[in-house]
Design a protein around this ligand. Structure first.
Ligand code: FES
Length: 125
């Protein structure tokens, strides 16, 4: 038994990268898509409303390298990358994955865009 300050059960890294207007590259937060601008706030509010904010930490992050599939967020532990997010999808991810323990497979990045990681020991110089 330990009585230390509990660590979070999950960190949710939400990509908040916004491309400047006129940039051809897509980004997770889009000038012409109000919902994409509200997703991080929605995530935080839902975690708060469900009493989870004490154990699930939402983090705003920059580009996670899967811009074509945005909006995206990464759930850790587990390396689960969710893509094409909407508010409704975030709600389902909280209920089924964060609370229920079951990854919402239909929102996960396709396998061909999320291959096995390269071991740092294999490439370190
Ligand atoms: S802008 Fe979000 S993954 Fe690149």
């Amino acid at each position: 038994m330990t009585n230390g300050v509990p660590q979070p059960a999950f960190y949710i890294f939400k990509c908040q990268q916004s491309a400047p207007p006129g940039m051809p590259k897509p980004s997770c937060v889009r000038q012409d898509d109000p919902e994409s601008q509200q997703l991080f706030q929605h995530l935080g509010q839902q975690l708060m409303m469900k009493g989870l904010i004490q154990t699930v930490m939402p983090i705003q992050t920059g580009c996670l390298g899967r811009c074509q599939l945005g909006p995206v967020m990464l759930v850790e532990p587990g390396h689960t990358m969710y893509v094409g997010l909407t508010k409704a999808k975030i709600d389902r991810i909280i209920d089924e994955h964060i609370i229920g323990g079951n990854i919402v497979e239909e929102y996960v990045v396709p396998e061909e865009m999320w291959g096995e990681p390269i071991a740092p020991a294999a490439v370190a110089q």
